[in-house]
Design a protein around this ligand. Sequence first.
Ligand SMILES: [Zn+2]
Length: 166
Amino acid sequence: MKVIRTLEDPTAELRVELRQHANNYFSYRLFAREGSRWKPSKACFKFEFSSYAGAFVRAARELPWLANAVGAASNDSRHAYHLELSRGLAFRFATFSAMDFANDHDHCIACMAKFADFESDGILHEGFVTKYVIPDGSGHWQWNWVCAACFRDFQESLAWRLEPAG
Ligand SMILES: [Zn+2]
């Protein structure tokens, strides 16, 4: 088991650990401060999730402060709740095309820069793309895009993996 993200509530009395397990499942665990130690909360969350995003979304539903804690823990305004959900995903470099990606445009999930295959000011044509499984239990997925600048800025802190193009 590996703790891959720790977040605390605004009073620093509660802490959530997001964990990745050997069988590639994810879970979360709540702790409460007790003096200088963290004690596992009686509200013990034993669910297992097939994705980090799934575990995080469920944790944020149980603990409403969690979504805001992401932004509060970062000094970069791009690193908000929705970007955090992409932690650990595998991206590949790709050229945006409306036909291949079944969408006439898309946006960088971090800075909202626009991808499209027409020419216009500020339009990006290439970036990093991942298949993001929507963490609502439906099994549906969507393409999530990240621009080159954001990929460089967050690749390490969000543990993004880079796969060969193709
Ligand atoms: Zn961006």
